[in-house]
Ligand binder design. Structure first.
Ligand code: URA
Length: 440
């Protein structure tokens, strides 16, 4: 296999064979193909695309680049959830507790926040002691004993994705549907899940702003999942205003615990129930979504989901005082407020700007290796469609003493639109692609 030849053929729109894709991925992961050739191939793929067969070959090649976990000896359906990323998206935390309390096994390999979106690992690491790097034995043991474990990607799980993603990040080739699909699914399937529910976010606070490309991504994810013999379901959910009130790291853990207590913001609770129901159907523990939702709601009201989450945190070494309102976590003490400028309805919110305001505060990162401050954050107080009076608090900024919050408040102020007419209430779940049992 000559990389130059493959670049040339893909540049002209020709299809690559399974063997060529396998060789190029293996050679790149092993350092035998330089970044400049792989970057050229990625850009040719960005322009020319990959067929379904080529995408499936890429998924298989990426999985084959590292170790794969076989979790079949652990009883119970192994089902995960993946979100394409949003603002205030802490769903994985309460959802892991709910799904495991309902009998699923949830082996979650999560990522860090990048750009305007938050990351589950950063949120969990705001809990003192929580270890996100687990060896396989601890991963299996926690999954077996507690039912859920949330860890970071290990070095040997899909190493090709780590290398390819880093290269895509700096060559403007991330936003390519076949590359995204193979990247997401390779990590899930290598980690041994039998099924995955994908929460594809759509809107100003998501990587995909419109439903049309989100549908194309979803269709490919479902096809590739089925071809690989795994179950896949998709929810398309709105991501404009933040999910819930809390945006940050420690502050999102606190809100997650509130949801696990049966309280918390209604949109977070609703999405947890919807995703849990999909996971339960996928895992064969519920015959339909209504039964799944009821089981998930019972896990919240009985306290079983909170107990499961607390046991998972403890298994990871985390110290979380769930009985305290702030869970014993440090929150930045200075509160600056954004007020409504006039009597009006909140008409719309630019989620990307809100996510970037958190980055400006130090709670998110622009570069992969950057450090974050887990204690800073935002409380988003007003929902789209709500009427405010001049001076009502729209958002609170939690900052460190001495930190200048004026630019952050200005950014937040510019991210909201006000109107005199009540806008139609936006739907949270925009659409879904249910699991097609026949394809398994
Ligand atoms: N998330 C991933 O894991 N991979 C991508 O390519 C994009 C989002």
């Amino acid at each position: 296999m000559n990389p130059r030849e493959l670049i040339e053929r893909k540049k002209r729109g020709a299809a690559l064979t399974e063997g060529e894709i396998a060789a190029v991925v293996a050679d790149f992961a092993a350092g035998r193909i330089p970044d400049y050739q792989m970057a050229a191939l990625l850009m040719a793929i960005w322009f020319r695309g990959l067929s379904r067969a080529e995408s499936a070959a890429l998924l298989r090649a990426m999985i084959a680049s590292g170790r794969t976990l076989d979790l079949r000896d652990i009883p119970g359906p192994k089902i995960d959830k993946h979100s394409t990323g949003g603002v205030g998206d802490k769903i994985s935390l309460p959802l892991a507790g709910v799904a495991a309390a309902c009998g699923l096994r949830v082996p979650m390999v999560s990522g860090r926040g990048l750009g305007h979106t938050g990351g589950t690992l950063d949120k969990l690491e705001s809990i003192p002691g929580y270890r996100t790097q687990f060896g396989e034995a601890a991963f299996r043991d926690t999954l077996r004993r507690v039912g859920a474990t949330i860890v970071g990607q290990s070095d040997d799980l899909v190493p090709a994705d780590r290398e390819l993603y880093a290269l895509r990040d700096v060559t403007a080739t991330v936003d390519c549907i076949p590359l995204i699909a193979a990247s997401i699914l390779s990590k899930k399937f290598a980690a041994g899940v039998e099924g995955v529910v994908l929460d594809i976010k759509v809107g100003s606070g998501a990587f995909m702003r419109d439903l049309e490309p989100a549908r194309a991504l979803a269709a490919l994810l479902v096809d590739l999942g089925h071809e690989y013999g795994r179950r896949v379901a998709v929810l398309f959910t709105r991501m404009e205003e933040p999910l819930g009130e809390a945006v940050g790291n420690a502050i999102e853990v606190v809100e997650s615990v509130a949801v696990l207590r049966g309280a918390g913001p209604p949109d977070v609770r609703t999405l947890v129930l919807e995703l849990a129901a999909e996971m339960l159907v996928l895992g064969g523990l519920a015959g339909d979504l209504a039964t799944g939702r009821s089981a998930a709601a019972r896990a919240l009201s009985s306290g079983a989901a909170l107990e499961t989450f607390a046991r998972m945190v403890a298994a990871h070494g985390g110290r979380l005082a769930i009985e305290h309102p702030s869970c014993g976590l440090e929150l930045a003490p200075v509160v600056a407020r954004l007020a409504a400028p006039r009597d009006a309805f909140l008409e719309g919110v630019d989620g990307w700007e809100i996510g970037m305001a958190l980055v400006d505060l130090g709670g998110g990162r622009q570069r992969k290796e950057a450090a974050i401050d887990p204690a800073v954050g935002l409380r988003w107080r007003v929902r789209v469609g709500q009427r405010c009076q001049a001076g009502d608090v729209v958002a609170e900024v939690l900052a460190r003493p001495g930190q200048d919050t004026s630019a952050v408040l200005h950014r937040l102020g510019a991210a909201v639109a006000w109107g005199d007419e009540a806008p139609a209430p936006p739907a949270l779940v925009l659409d879904r692609l249910p699991f097609r049992a026949a394809a398994v």
